[in-house]
Design a protein around this ligand. Structure first.
Ligand code: BTN
Length: 288
C-alpha cells in the first residue's frame, strides 16, 4: 500500500511546475480546481465566449461527476488520479476530418508518457482506452464545442494513478500504483503528458490535420503513430456495437478515418467506427 494514500496525505499537483511546462511548449492557460463535477464541462463553459487560448487546460484534484464514454461516469477520489481536459482550436485550413483524431492523439500521448515515466508496457485499446497488463488505466472523452470563432474540441483524459483496489470502480481497472507497487508523481506525469500532446499536435497541425501525412518524428503519420501503440491489432476481439449486436473478428488495421477494421470468421472485413471492444483471452490466459 502506498503510505501516502494510507494516511490520506496524497500530495497536491504543483501548479507552478505545470505552468512552467506548459509555457515551455507554448500552451495556453492552466486552471486547476480543488473539486468539480467534470473538467470537460468546465472547459466547454470557458470556451463558449470564443476567447479561450488554444491548448488551454482544465484540471481538478477531485472530479466528482465526470463523464466517461458511452454515457458512463468517471469519478475518482481526491488527489488519486489525473483528470485533464485540453482545448483545441483548429487553425484555418485544418482538415475537419482531422478533428476526430484528437482523442486518439491524446490517448497516444498518455501511453507514451506512461511508458517513458514508469517503464510499464502501456498501450491503446481501440479506440482510446489506456491499458497495461490487461487492465484499464485511463480513458479519453472528446466533445465538440461551437464557439463564436468556429468549431473547437475539448479532449478530456482520465488516468488512475494512486488508487487502491477498493477505490476502483470495476475489477478490470487498475492504477499505476497497483501495477507498479510504488507511487508515481502526478505532477511529473501531467507535465510529461501535456508536453507530448503539444508536440504531437504541433506535428499534426503542421500537416493541417491530415492523419495520413508523414510529418511526425521519423516521418511517421499520426495514423502510424497511433497504430504503433494500438495493442488491439492482430487480436481476436468482440466489438459491441451501438445497436446491441456483437461482432467477433480479428482486429486487422486502423482505418484512414480512425475506424477499426475487423475481419470476421467468414473472411469479411468490417469497418467499425463506434463500439466497445473486448479483447478475447488467449489460451494462456493473457489479454495481450
Ligand atoms: C472513458 O470512459 O474511458 C473515458 C473517460 C474520460 C474521463 C475524463 S477525466 C477528465 C475529463 N472530464 C470528464 O468529465 N471526463 C474526462
Amino acid at each position: 500500500m502506498n503510505p501516502d494514500s494510507a494516511t490520506g496525505q496524497r500530495p497536491p499537483l504543483d501548479h507552478a511546475r505545470l505552468r512552467q511546462a506548459m509555457a515551455s511548449h507554448g500552451m495556453g492557460e492552466l486552471h486547476i480546481s480543488q473539486s468539480t463535477g467534470s473538467t470537460n464541462d468546465d472547459l466547454v463553459e470557458r470556451a463558449k465566449d470564443g476567447s479561450l487560448a488554444h491548448l488551454s487546460v482544465e484540471s481538478t484534484e477531485h472530479q466528482m461527476a465526470g463523464h466517461g464514454r458511452l454515457g458512463r461516469g468517471w469519478e475518482t477520489p481526491a488527489r488519486s488520479s489525473l483528470a485533464i481536459s485540453i482545448f483545441f482550436r483548429p487553425e484555418p485550413g485544418f482538415d475537419p476530418a482531422g478533428l476526430p483524431w484528437l482523442s486518439m492523439l491524446c490517448a497516444t500521448a498518455m501511453v507514451q508518457t506512461i511508458r517513458e515515466r514508469t517503464g510499464l508496457a502501456a498501450g491503446l485499446k481501440w479506440p482510446n482506452d489506456v491499458v497495461a497488463e490487461g487492465f484499464k488505466l485511463g480513458g479519453v472523452l472528446a466533445q465538440l464545442v461551437v464557439t463564436p470563432s468556429g468549431p473547437a474540441v475539448v479532449v478530456g483524459t482520465g488516468l488512475n494513478v494512486d488508487q487502491e483496489r477498493a477505490e476502483l470502480p470495476v475489477p478490470t481497472a487498475a492504477s499505476l500504483q497497483l501495477l507498479r507497487g510504488t507511487g508515481t508523481d502526478r505532477t511529473e506525469l501531467m507535465a510529461g503528458y501535456l508536453g507530448r500532446v503539444a508536440e504531437l499536435h504541433g506535428s499534426f497541425a503542421a500537416v493541417h490535420g491530415r492523419a495520413q501525412a508523414p510529418a511526425l518524428a521519423h516521418g511517421q503519420s499520426l495514423r502510424g503513430t497511433v497504430a504503433a501503440s494500438l495493442v488491439s491489432l492482430g487480436h481476436q476481439v468482440d466489438a459491441h456495437l451501438p445497436d446491441g449486436s456483437v461482432l467477433r473478428g480479428t482486429a486487422e488495421e486502423l482505418g484512414a478515418d480512425g475506424a477499426l477494421i475487423l475481419r470476421d470468421g467468414r473472411g469479411q472485413a468490417h469497418h467499425v467506427l463506434a463500439a466497445d471492444v473486448f479483447h478475447l483471452r488467449r489460451s494462456d490466459g493473457s489479454y495481450a
